[in-house]
Design a protein around this ligand. Sequence first.
Ligand code: NI
Length: 195
Amino acid sequence: MAILKIARMGHPILMRRAQEVDDPDAPENRYLVHNLIETMADARGLGLAAPQVHVSKRVVVFQTPVDDPERAADEPAERELTVLFNPVIEPVSDEIVYGWEGCLSVPELRGEVPRHAAVRYRGLTLDGGAIDRTVDGMHARVVQHECDHLDGILYPMRMTDMSKLVFESEFHHLIEAARDPDSHEEDTEEELVDG
Ligand code: NI
């Protein structure tokens, strides 16, 4: 396995529509998925799409927090890994929500991005099995971010308010400004989607 070089905004591979995958189970696709997972972990991303490692195929990997009512508030949520080939996404409501995202192909920046609040997505797993899920919250945001990569779309292209495109190192200013003084909640750092 290998840690792959990540393409950055401006590279043409990030701007084109990636190709459907006929056989997720083929050895070269298994190898690609292993490398995507390893590269994602190394870069501490929540998700990674094949075009981000210079491979124009419709496959993404991403992690989503597992709902665990037993979990203590200070304990990080466990994450479930999804491997998804040839995804198809559809919104399941008209509701749009804004949330902060980062992207391994747009390093050092954060942006507030509108996304569908809930989506249904379908696709194939690594062994060719079918995935059909309806999700909301962070899961819905991660899926939309990663699948956008397969259509040549980076999150800044989805933004509607460019005053909300900031450097990571300045991000705390926005969190502080947005914090309700009556709230005891911690900042929203763990809500960030970075893929
Ligand atoms: Ni990304």
